[in-house]
Design a protein around this ligand. Sequence first.
Ligand SMILES: [Zn+2]
Length: 249
Amino acid sequence: MFIRPFYLFGPLCLSLSSLSATAADWAYQGDHGPAHWDRFGSQLCAQGTQQSPINVELKKLRPLEGHSSDLKIDYGAAALKVVNNGHTIQANVIDKEIVTFKGTAYRLRQFHFHTPSEHQIDGLSYPLEMHLVNRDQDGRLLVIGLLAKEGKRNRELAALWEQLPDAEGKTLTLKAKDAPDLGSLVPAASHHVFYKGSLTTPPCTEGVQWVLFEQPIELSKAQIQKIRQLFPDNHRPAQPLNEREVDED
Ligand SMILES: [Zn+2]
């Protein structure tokens, strides 16, 4: 069901560059908010039928055909260029970090954060969601979503959190030794939810493979408060599931 790579390549390049650009005109509130995003890049935001995020209904999940080993994450600690782009804190990954899914290798390009979570589980939101955006050599995207609940202080994110760029346009470079070990950050034991969706920001490009971890990570109350002070609400509401299948391993 993948669209041909040459067709996807243009929009995805565009979307990646817009992910790393400073704030465009779109926003999360008011008359530039999610209900009006079709004015900022793509009709897909209003008319797409495979949009993200979604509300995951656990009872309706279908077991993934094949094996859970379809997903193999080979993350570690990589040097990062971190930017406050006005919409989120985004960490661009300098070294290569690899994920394979169904035999295709994807390379981690960047990760960023939403407060509160964009995906919901049985209608419930979490205080934070982290997105790890991976791309294969043909430009196809696989995004890993990690939900976060309030709990223990997250040691992997601690050094980054101490230096979060606190205004739009501010940047920060983190050496690998100070960067989160993403391999340790990702929950070792978790079910995963798989579905085909989109970018959750304009231009809302579709054809994105989503992998959502059901097991949340933990951040302390203070860590959640710190990013919430910068971004009180940078989530897109849940979108209609329409005819899509949602799988689980
Ligand atoms: Zn995101």
